[in-house]
Design a protein around this ligand. Structure first.
Ligand SMILES: [Zn+2]
Length: 636
């Protein structure tokens, strides 16, 4: 097709002939906008040629085609992304003129002297597959003073009539309807594809993609294939081993990852480099290893189109196995149950389907609110941008899980504030200080010696308080039992009085209940009074190696490993804005800390965080604590 020149602009007997005679005599340069899609059963080249022809024929006298913009796309994508595919190249090769796509058209329209005064499309729905994008384009062109015409609408450089707008909107609505209908059909197609046992996407680790000619002869003739999964003799046993570790040994993802990385010969990593925790978690959650095809595990939702995991009971499984199984369905189900347990315990950093837990928080499970003793959970708040193009600004907080709307919570702590939060950076800087001075500082022994009497005094106070409470309880039970006895004494002694009999029976029952309560409390009191004294071994602190740098200078994963090895716990007092920090040192801690610090020592590449082993405690843990002398400012 040749570029049309002003002289050869053809006239049609269509609506253009009805134009008023005062139309400007000067030639009007127009841009044709066309759009085609590979999604529909149409020939994209023929479609573009037809659109060009329709537009050209529609042009009023004196109007000429100055530019031709078109896109080939496979779905409804945003205007700015339109021209980014390269699928147009095959059509330009076929001789179709092209000045660019939608993005270039907008760019040219915004130029100081655009090459065209108006834009024409065959049909208003050709300007955008969905209403939003079509309206956006229309509006953007309008703002630049460039009218948008469709060949089935009258051409007028005056304002577009209300009828035109009405018809245009109706057509856009219909177009949107068809777009959604086609999407649904495509989904049904994919579903059918899966139910027939074909694999979609790359073959999962442990399988090889076995390509077979497409079952539809016409598609096979085009060289298209479908994929079935076949066992990878080298890697399938690795998958089986991973599930065994998970289901029989109850190992967490980090432990399984470490085992795999310990022997790359036996367990070749998927990327040939290194096993990642995310990959391990994904393999342990992939139902295809049962031999069945499963479809609909993820769904894109919301405006952001983020992939969400669909609840397992909504997955579509093939009736019959589609390919060789590596594990049984029972093993898969067991692995999912264990994964859920690990997730709620916070062991698997990479497997958290709940939106709130998608981030991992550095102090997860380490912060408690003092007055209610509840855990404080990490949460991130994102604020409006600092400036128009700036990055989003966010802060991480730990929030008490007390829920004022929960009657149980409210009854237990009626004075609890609605929200109790503290900023993560405040907590972390206090923890770093604490570690630098109390655990790794040169005068740590002196600090501990100073702290111990205070800790001991606190323990004594706590002991006295518990003791007094139990003694009071015993007194209350005494009074209650006495009142039951008094009641029995005042009852009618006549054995024929059934009311008195019933009442007597009830008093006996209540008395027995109180007696049981008394026994329990007496037992508690005895345990409390004979409790073993604290066995603090302060020399353990001296065994902790001294790092050369302050904690803040260590990589974050090393800091995280130290929190774990020292079991750092923070207790937040909201009313006084104070935190109390605890570190627990057992006989195995010095060795674990040394190993963590060695991982960052010079000459050694920074290794991923080793998870500190949790040994059975050989003695009561010694606690280092900072009592309320650490004043911090509340984060909010
Ligand atoms: Zn609380």
């Amino acid at each position: 097709m040749d570029r049309t020149s002003p002289a050869s602009a053809t006239r049609s007997a269509g609506p253009a002939s009805a134009l008023p005679s005062e139309e400007p005599a000067a030639p009007v340069p127009v841009a044709i906008l066309a759009r085609t899609s590979t999604l529909y059963l149409q020939d994209p080249l023929a479609s573009l040629q037809r659109q060009y022809r329709s537009c050209e024929e529609w042009l009023p006298q004196g109007w000429y085609v100055a530019a031709f913009y078109w896109d080939v796309e496979s779905g409804a994508i945003d205007i700015e992304d339109r021209s980014q595919t390269t699928s147009h190249e095959q059509f330009t090769a076929a001789g179709l003129p092209r000045d660019g796509g939608m993005a270039e058209l907008l760019e040219e329209a915004a130029a100081p002297e655009p090459r065209f005064a108006a834009v024409v499309c065959e049909d208003i729905e050709r300007s955008g597959r969905d209403t939003f994008n079509a309206l956006k384009l229309e509006r953007e062109l309008q703002d630049m003073g460039v009218p948008l015409f469709a060949t089935d609408e009258p051409a007028s450089v005056q304002d577009i009539s209300p009828t035109t707008v009405l018809v245009r909107r109706v057509k856009q609505g219909v177009a949107e309807y068809f777009r959604l209908a086609i999407k649904k059909k495509a989904w049904e197609g994919l579903r059918q594809h899966t139910l027939s046992g074909w694999n979609i996407g790359p073959a999962p680790y442990g399988y090889l993609a076995h390509r077979v000619p497409h079952p539809v002869p016409i598609k096979a003739a085009q060289g298209r294939t479908k994929t079935r999964l076949a066992l990878d003799p080298l890697r399938a046993p690795v998958v089986a081993r991973m599930f065994t570790w998970r289901v029989e040994d109850h190992l967490g993802v980090p432990a399984i990852t470490a085992r795999l990385n310990a022997d790359h010969g036996a367990y070749p990593p998927p990327d040939g480099q290194h096993w990642q925790e995310g990959t391990v978690a994904a393999i342990l959650a992939n139902p295809k290893y049962t031999g069945h095809m499963v479809y609909g595990r993820h769904r894109k939702t919301g405006r952001s189109k983020t992939r969400r995991l669909v609840p397992a009971e909504q997955w579509i499984w093939t009736e019959q196995p589609a390919h060789p199984a590596i594990i049984t369905r029972a093993m898969f189900d067991a692995a999912q149950t264990i994964a859920a347990a690990h997730r709620s315990a916070g062991d698997d950093p990479n497997a958290s389907p709940q939106p709130l837990a998608r981030r991992t928080y550095a102090l997860r499970g380490r912060v408690r609110h003092d007055s209610c003793q509840r855990r404080m959970c990490g949460t991130t708040r994102t604020f409006a941008r600092y400036w128009a193009e700036g990055p989003d600004y966010s802060n991480t907080y730990y929030k008490c899980t007390h829920d004022v709307n929960n009657p149980k919570h409210a009854a237990a702590h009626p004075d609890h504030p609605r929200t109790v939060t503290i900023r993560e950076d405040t907590l972390i800087s206090q923890i770093r200080d604490f570690l630098d001075t109390r655990v790794f500082g040169p005068s740590r022994a002196a600090h501990l010696a100073e702290q111990i009497p205070a800790t001991a005094a606190q323990a004594t106070k706590q002991h006295t308080r518990q003791h007094d409470h139990l003694v009071n309880e015993l007194a209350r039970i005494d009074r209650a039992q006495r009142s039951q006895i008094t009641q029995i004494d005042t009852l009618d002694p006549d054995p024929a009085s059934s009311a008195a009999q019933a009442m007597r029976q009830r008093c006996y029952e209540r008395f027995t209940e109180l007696q049981a309560e008394r026994d329990t409390i007496q037992g508690q009191l005895q345990t409390l009074d004979h409790a073993a004294p604290r066995n603090d071994d302060t020399s353990l602190l001296d065994l902790i190696p001294l790092p050369t740098d302050t904690i803040a200078l260590h990589p974050e994963h090393i800091q995280a490993a130290l929190y774990q090895a020292l079991d750092i716990q923070a207790l937040y007092k909201h009313d006084t804005s104070q935190i109390t920090l605890f570190a627990t040192i057992t006989t195995s801690t010095p060795q674990a800390v040394a190993a963590i610090l060695a991982a960052t020592s010079p000459g050694q590449p920074s290794a991923p965080a080793p998870s500190a082993p949790i040994y059975p405690l050989p003695q009561a843990p010694m606690q280092l604590s900072i009592s309320p002398d650490e004043l911090v400012t509340s984060g909010v």
